[in-house]
Design a protein around this ligand. Sequence first.
Ligand code: SF4
Length: 230
Amino acid sequence: MDRSGLTVSEIFGPTIQGEGPSAGRRAGFVRLGRCNLACSFCDTPYTWDWTRFDPAQELSRVPAGDLLESVKAMDVPLLVITGGEPLLQQRRLLPLLEAVHRLGIEVEVETAGTIAPNVPDGLVTRWNVSPKLASSGNSLAARYRPKVLEAFQATGRAIFKFVVTGPADLEEIEGIVSLSDLEPIWLMPEGTDATAIVNGMRALAPHVMTRGWHLSPRLHILIWGDRRGV
Ligand code: SF4
């Protein structure tokens, strides 16, 4: 196995996947460091915001073999690779993906959809692509890459999950979805406490119903609040 390793923020599990189609499933998490965006609502700024956090404290280089041993010890059917932006380390991810695949463990990779996937088919069970909207505070050029979104759609293994901060986001989502013919679409409320999540889901429910979309909770927030490493 390649020993060059990955830049890791945290490894934790067993826990549950809190979001998207696998919400509620037993899972292990590998959170990779660094991001190419800077979302105002980011709930993992410790992976990239070096004005507020110290990368020497927050990140470590971990050999893929050590990551694999951690995943095996979790005894989970699903590994979620998240960030930060995991695809910044896409090439170095391959040895871990191959080893986890040989063990029969499913893999979800969570990405903002600005870097095209370049992974042999089958190594990633599902790409959870979460394109960022104007409300994220990122420039349009940085956050929106239609061709990249279309490359994810072409894998046949992607879902598109939008974080919604308010009703104004819906029109922007419709534009992105229709331009690139994306599906399936999931909406998820922004929020870091249970009240915000429940209220947001209530507000979004009618909109997903009328559009044929799906609604994602943030189960880890509902259960544990805004805590790291659960
Ligand atoms: S893309 Fe994700 S990790 Fe990066 S700043 Fe935005 S919310 Fe945070």
